[in-house]
Design a protein around this ligand. Structure first.
Ligand SMILES: C[S@@+](CC[C@H](N)C(=O)[O-])C[C@H]1O[C@@H](n2cnc3c(N)ncnc32)[C@H](O)[C@@H]1O
Length: 261
């Protein structure tokens, strides 16, 4: 698959048209080198969208990916009401194996997930996504699909990608929601996934869904030393941006204080 194909078919820099579902599924499968995902379209149920949940075509992509990849472990950050959780769980159920870990800082999450799917899901409620690293590492768990849908700032998205990278299995598929929303204040998923993929040398595409679904794939045979040095450079960049942001917000606070006097 050529890069030019994805520059025209998938999203370059935040398009404004949503591709039809079968094209999105074709793009995802071609880009990730998977079997055709379009047959799974027939299995996709329409569940009405939660207020902040993923859109139907985005849920369909998640469903198709889980069916095609047959993961042992899926990690989702940002459960919310459980709209995407339901689709991921339905696909695992249809696969007849695999489990989903989903984490949210809020306590009352995932209530839309039907009772008959709950046995494939572990809800980590009231927990910051990055606390999951220790839990998974302690259980020697490795991730086959990672889905980011928590706080969409640049720092949080990049922070999650860096933190979970040591737990990615070779060939792990990484999916980030809201990748074309960077024009909105507080959003930086597009920038985070681009910098991450570039630093590690991964190709990535942003599928032209309502909010943009970024997909990339961890190498099948990762070069450990190369990856560790790429991750270290990302950690340094992350720390520098975090320090800059702290500095700017402190300066703003001071300016407000003096302005009031
Ligand atoms: C956009 S909603 C997720 C939507 C959900 N995936 C769906 O389709 O129904 C974002 C969720 O991320 C949670 N969140 C925000 N920051 C988080 C963090 N650092 N760790 C875990 N969850 C977080 C919020 O509480 C919120 O429920």
């Amino acid at each position: 698959m050529t890069t030019e194909y994805f520059e025209t078919r998938c999203l370059g820099e935040y398009g404004h048209y949503v591709a039809p579902l079968h094209m999105l599924l074709q793009d995802a499968s071609l880009f990730l080198g998977l079997d055709d995902l379009t047959p799974y379209q027939a299995e996709m149920e329409c569940i009405s969208r939660a207020s902040q949940g993923v859109h139907p075509e985005e849920a369909a992509i998640l469903y198709g990916l889980v069916r095609a990849i047959q993961p042992k472990l899926v990690l989702e950050t940002g459960t919310f009401e459980g709209y995407s959780t339901t689709q991921l769980a339905r696909a695992l159920y249809a696969n007849g194996g695999g489990r989903l870990e989903t984490v949210d800082i809020a306590e009352d999450t995932g209530f839309r997930v039907p009772e008959n799917l709950r046995h494939v899901v572990t809800f980590r409620r009231g927990m910051h996504s990055r606390e999951m690293v220790d839990i998974l590492a302690a259980g020697h768990d490795r991730i086959d699909i990672f889905f980011h849908d928590s706080l969409h700032t640049y720092l949080n998205t990049l922070g999650e990608l860096i933190a979970f990278s040591p737990l990615f299995n070779p060939g792990c598929v990484i999916v980030c929601h809201d990748a074309k929303m960077d024009f909105k204040e507080g959003f930086g998923v597009g920038r985070a996934i681009r910098e991450y993929a570039e630093a590690i040398g991964l190709e990535f595409a942003v599928l032209d869904t309502t909010c943009g679904v970024a997909v990339t794939r961890w190498p099948a045979k990762p070069d450990k030393d190369k990856l560790e040095s790429a991750l270290e450079s990302l950690r340094i960049r992350h720390a520098r941006v975090a320090a800059d942001e702290r500095f700017v917000s402190k300066a703003k606070r001071l300016a407000r204080m003096f302005g009031r006097r």
